[in-house]
Design a protein around this ligand. Structure first.
Ligand code: BMA
Length: 836
C-alpha cells in the first residue's frame, strides 16, 4: 500500500519581474511569504487573482486586454509539504509528483533545486526522499517563467512563434474561437507519495479477440511495475476482474520476463477468456458496460505494497480503410465497434474553459451528457486544446461515447529537432499509456491541420505512431486531421474538414492553390450537397451565445451588436463576417434580438442540412463530427452549447438530424428532390412514410405514402427521386414527411432561403398544463408554417425535450419542459415564432 499519498492543498503566490524572484530569495525555505496571496490548489494565476478581487474578470466585457500583463511576469508558488511522520526506511522512497504545471517551471524543495519542467501535458516527478525533514516545515517552491517578453502579441505570427515550441495549450494564444489568455500556474494536483520497494504504473487492458456473436472474448491484462528497491523476480502481481453486476469474471497472477532491480518497470501480463462478456457499446447501440479491474502488487515479505484500480470495457474497435467496392479508387474511413461498422455522429471538443484548472468533473459530465442526449456517439478532442482530465474520459466511458483523440498540435508546422521531438515523445508515451485501457478511446490522431504536404514528418509519421504502437499496440493511429488522399478535402480517402459552408473555403490537392468564396452564396450550406468526404471531421456555422449568456458576460452598455465588447466576442478571420450570409439567407436583422435569432437560425439550418447530406452518403461517408460542441470562453463561435452550458437552437437541430433513424429530403436542381432513409440503429425499421408537398398556408398539393423498411445498421437508402419541379413553388411550398408508427421522425425541407419565403401571417396557439412538480407540457399550434418556434423562460435554465423546431400549419406539437428544481409556473414560459 502506498504508505502516504497526500495532495498539497494550499499555496501562496506572487509575481516578480523576470529574474526578480530568485534575486529576492523566493526559492529559500525560510523566505517570508506571509504577504503573498493564499490560494487553494490546483489554481491558475488569473482565477486566483480574480477571486481575490485583484484582477478584472477577463471574460467580462472586453477584459482580455486588461489582464495581458499577467503573461509578462514570472509567477511563484510556495506550498507547505506535510512532514513525514518518520524517516524513510532504506527500501522506501518519497516522490513529489506535479501532475500539471503550466508551463515553463523550475522547482525547489526546501530551497534545494530539484529540476525544471517544460510541458503542461505530462507530470513532473522528483525523488525527494532525502530532502524532507521529519517534523519540520517543508516547502515546495515553483517559479513559472514569463511566457511573453516584450513581443507585440497583437500580431498572430508573433503568437505563433511563441507557441510553436511550447508544450502548452495552443488555443490560449488566441484563436478564431478564443480570446488571448495565456494561463500560468498549477492546473492539476500536486502529490507527495511515500512508497516501499515497488509501485504500480498504469494498468493496461485490451480485448484481443471477440467471437463474431460476442459469446466469448479474450482479454489481455497488464501492469507496469517500478521495482525501485526490490528484486523484481520476488514481487507478485495479481489481478481481479469483476463484471458490471459485481460477479467475478476472472483473477490470477500477472507474469512476465524477469528483470533485475533498477532496470525500470516490468510489464507483467495475463490473458483471460470471458464467456458471455458484457460488451461495452456506445449508448445508441447498447450498454456501455464497465468491468472493475483491480491489480495488487505484493512485496517480498508478502505484504501488499501497492494497488491500482481501473474501470475497463470489453470491446473491440478498429478503423476500416478497406477499398469501397461501389466507388472504385476510394476506400472507407469507418469505425468498427465490436465487429459492427458504425456511423460516427458527433462533435469536436475544445477545452471547456481557457482556465482549465477550474473545470470540474460535474461540468464534464454535464457537457458530455448533452452530447449523448443529442444522439452523438463520438467526440473528437481537438489538437489545439489539452489531454483532458480523468473526469472527461470517465464520463465518456460511462455515457457510451467514443473518443477521437488528437495529439496536441494544431495549425502550425512544428519543429523536428531532437530536443523538441524528445519532449513530444515523452508526452505521447505518458498520455498513450495513461489512456490505453479506456473503452471510449477509438483513435489517436497526430494533429489538427498541422500538416501540409511533408510537414513535421518525423513527429507525425515516426515519433507519435511509435509511441501509440509501443504504449498501446491496438488503438488505431491516423497521422493528422484532415489527412488522406491528395489534399485537405479528399473525397476518396481519409478524413476531411469541410469548410465550404461558412468559410467558403475550397481546398485543392496538395501543390495546387485552394480558393475562397466569401460571398453569401459562396458560404451557403448548399455546398455540402456535393463532393462529400469519406469522413467529415469538421464542418460548422458560427453563431452568438444565447442571449442569457451574452447578458451574463456583457454589461448593459455592451448589449448592442454595434458595441465594441459585443463585436469583440467575434474572433473569426477576415471575410467571415455574418452580413453576407444574413443578406443571402434571412435578410438583415433590425435589432440585437433579431441579430441573435437570425444567425442562430442560419447555424441550425446549416448544420442540419450538412448532417443530412453526409448521412445520405453512408457508408461511403461514415462520419460527421461538427465543429464545435462547446466553448472555451464566452465568445461567439461555432459551438452549439455556449460557454455557460446553454444549448443554442442548433443544439436541437443537431439532435434531430443525428437521430439514429432518419428520413431526409435532398433538394436537387429545379425543384426535384430525393427521399432517403437512414438507419444507424441496431433494430429493424418497418414503417410507412407519408410525404406531403404543402403550401406554407397548409394547403396539401401532393401526398404519397411509402413503405420505409431498413435493416439494422443499413446503408443509406434512396427510397425515391421526385421530379415534381412544377409542383414545388420554392417560395411558397415545402415538403413534409411523417411516419405512421413514428419510428421515422417527422421532418421537412424548404426549397428557398428564409428571406425568399412568402410566409403567411402565422398565429400561435398555446395550451399549458403542469403535469408534475417542475414539469410543464405545452401544446403549440400554428395557423401557418413557422420556420422556428422558440419556447423560452426569462431566467430559468430548463430542460426541453425539443425546442427551436419548425411547425406545420394546424399540426399541434406537444413539448415537455422540466426544471431541475420542482417549481415551474407554466405562465412564465413564452412561445414565439423566431422568424416570421
Ligand atoms: C478549424 C479548426 C479550428 C478552427 C475552426 C474554425 O481549423 O481546426 O482551428 O477554430 O476550423 O475556423
Amino acid at each position: 500500500m502506498t504508505l502516504l499519498s497526500a495532495a498539497l492543498s494550499t499555496a501562496r503566490i506572487a509575481d516578480f519581474s523576470p529574474g526578480g524572484g530568485v534575486a529576492a530569495g523566493a526559492s529559500a525555505r525560510e523566505f517570508d511569504d506571509t504577504s503573498w496571496l493564499d490560494v487553494r490548489l490546483p489554481a491558475d494565476v488569473h482565477t486566483a487573482l480574480v477571486d481575490a478581487g485583484r484582477l478584472v474578470e477577463p471574460y467580462a466585457d472586453a477584459g482580455e486586454s486588461e489582464v495581458a500583463w499577467v503573461a509578462r511576469r514570472e509567477w511563484w508558488y510556495r506550498c507547505p509539504i506535510p512532514a513525514p511522520e518518520a524517516a524513510p526506511a532504506p527500501d522506501e522512497r518519497v516522490r513529489l509528483i506535479l501532475h500539471g504545471l503550466d508551463t515553463e517551471a523550475e522547482i525547489w524543495v526546501n530551497g534545494v533545486p530539484v529540476g525544471a519542467h517544460h510541458s503542461m501535458f505530462r507530470p513532473a516527478e522528483f525523488d525527494v526522499t532525502d530532502l524532507l525533514d521529519v517534523g519540520g516545515d517543508n516547502v515546495l517552491a515553483i517559479r513559472f517563467a514569463p511566457i511573453v517578453g516584450d513581443e507585440d502579441v497583437s500580431d498572430v505570427s508573433v503568437r505563433d512563434t511563441l507557441r510553436v515550441r511550447r508544450r502548452k495549450m495552443q488555443v490560449g494564444f488566441g484563436w478564431d474561437i478564443s480570446c488571448y489568455l495565456l494561463t500560468v500556474g498549477v492546473w492539476q494536483p500536486i502529490e507527495v507519495r511515500r512508497e516501499r520497494v515497488a509501485r504500480l504504473g498504469p494498468l493496461s487492458f485490451a480485448t484481443v479477440d471477440l467471437d463474431p456473436d460476442g459469446d466469448r472474448a479474450v482479454v489481455k491484462i497488464g501492469a507496469r511495475v517500478d521495482a525501485f528497491a526490490a528484486d523484481p523476480a520476488r514481487l507478485r502481481v495479481h489481478y481481479r476482474l469483476t463484471g458490471p453486476d459485481g460477479t467475478l469474471a476472472g483473477e490470477g497472477p500477472l507474469t512476465g520476463e524477469g528483470r533485475s532491480a533498477g532496470e525500470g518497470p516490468l510489464a507483467p501480463s495475463a490473458y483471460l477468456v470471458v464467456d458471455r462478456p458484457a460488451l461495452w457499446w456506445t449508448h445508441d447501440l447498447g450498454q456501455p458496460d464497465l468491468y472493475r479491474l483491480t491489480v495488487s502488487l505484493t512485496g517480498v515479505d508478502g505484504e501488499v505494497v501497492d494497488v491500482r484500480e481501473s474501470r475497463v470495457g470489453i470491446r473491440t474497435i478498429a478503423l476500416d480503410q478497406s477499398p469501397d467496392q461501389h466507388e472504385p479508387g476510394s476506400r472507407f474511413f469507418r469505425f468498427v465497434l465490436n465487429g459492427q461498422p458504425i456511423y460516427a455522429r458527433g462533435a469536436n471538443w475544445v477545452p471547456d474553459d481557457l482556465r482549465i484548472a477550474r473545470v470540474e468533473p460535474r461540468t464534464y459530465r454535464e457537457r458530455l451528457a448533452q452530447a449523448a442526449a443529442a444522439n452523438m456517439n463520438m467526440i473528437r478532442i481537438w489538437g489545439g486544446g489539452i489531454y483532458e482530465k480523468d473526469a472527461f474520459y470517465e464520463a465518456c466511458d460511462e455515457l457510451g461515447l467514443l473518443i477521437w483523440h488528437d495529439f496536441m498540435f494544431a495549425c502550425l508546422a512544428y519543429p523536428d529537432d531532437p530536443e523538441f521531438l524528445a519532449e513530444c515523445e515523452a508526452e505521447a508515451r505518458y498520455q498513450v499509456a495513461r489512456l490505453q485501457a479506456r473503452p471510449s478511446l477509438a483513435l489517436w490522431c497526430g494533429n489538427n491541420e498541422a500538416q501540409g504536404a511533408g510537414d513535421s514528418l518525423a513527429l507525425f509519421a515516426e515519433v507519435l505512431p511509435r509511441a501509440v504502437a509501443e504504449e498501446d499496440g491496438r488503438t488505431p493511429y491516423w497521422p493528422g486531421s484532415p489527412y488522406g488522399g491528395n489534399g485537405y478535402a479528399s473525397t476518396y480517402d481519409g478524413d476531411t474538414h469541410d469548410w465550404r459552408g461558412f468559410h467558403g473555403t475550397h481546398s485543392a490537392p496538395f501543390g495546387a492553390e485552394g480558393w475562397q468564396d466569401p460571398s453569401g452564396p459562396g458560404r451557403h450550406w448548399h455546398q455540402y450537397a456535393e463532393d462529400v468526404g469519406r469522413f467529415v471531421s469538421e464542418f460548422g456555422f458560427a453563431a452568438p451565445s444565447t442571449l442569457a449568456t451574452i447578458e451574463h458576460w456583457n454589461s448593459p452598455a455592451h448589449r448592442d451588436p454595434r458595441a465594441h465588447a459585443w463585436q469583440d466576442r467575434i474572433r473569426y478571420v477576415q471575410g467571415d463576417a455574418h452580413m453576407p450570409l444574413l443578406e443571402t439567407i434571412t435578410g438583415v436583422p433590425r435589432d440585437a434580438r433579431e441579430w441573435v435569432d437570425y444567425i442562430q437560425l442560419i447555424q441550425a439550418e446549416g448544420l442540419r442540412f450538412g448532417i443530412e447530406r453526409f448521412r445520405e452518403r453512408k457508408p461511403h461517408c461514415s462520419g460527421a463530427l461538427l465543429w464545435q460542441l462547446n466553448d472555451c470562453w464566452p465568445g461567439f463561435t461555432w459551438s452549439i452549447v455556449d460557454f455557460d452550458g446553454r444549448p443554442k437552437p442548433a443544439y436541437y437541430a443537431v439532435r434531430r438530424a443525428f437521430s439514429p433513424v432518419l428520413a431526409t429530403v435532398k433538394p436537387m436542381r429545379g425543384g426535384a428532390f430525393e427521399l432517403w432513409l437512414i438507419n444507424d440503429s441496431g433494430s429493424r425499421v418497418d414503417d410507412v412514410i407519408t410525404l406531403q408537398v404543402m403550401r406554407l398556408d397548409g394547403t396539401v398539393l401532393r401526398q404519397e405514402e411509402f413503405p420505409a423498411c431498413a435493416e439494422p445498421h443499413a446503408e443509406a437508402r434512396l427510397l425515391r427521386r421526385f421530379g415534381w419541379g412544377r409542383v414545388i413553388q420554392p417560395r411558397s411550398c415545402y415538403v413534409s414527411i411523417s411516419s405512421a408508427r413514428g419510428t421515422v421522425p417527422a421532418s421537412r425541407q424548404l426549397f428557398a432561403d428564409f428571406r425568399q419565403l412568402e410566409l403567411p401571417e402565422a398565429e400561435l396557439t398555446v395550451a399549458r398544463r403542469g403535469v408534475a412538480p417542475g414539469v410543464v407540457e405545452l401544446d403549440i399550434t400554428a395557423s401557418a408554417f413557422v420556420p422556428m418556434v422558440a419556447v423560452e423562460h426569462p431566467h430559468l435554465d430548463l430542460a426541453y425535450d425539443d425546442n427551436y423546431f419548425a411547425l406545420d400549419p394546424g399540426v399541434t406539437r406537444t413539448v415537455r419542459v422540466r426544471h431541475a428544481g420542482d417549481r415551474l409556473d407554466p405562465a412564465e414560459l413564452s412561445v414565439r415564432a423566431l422568424y416570421t
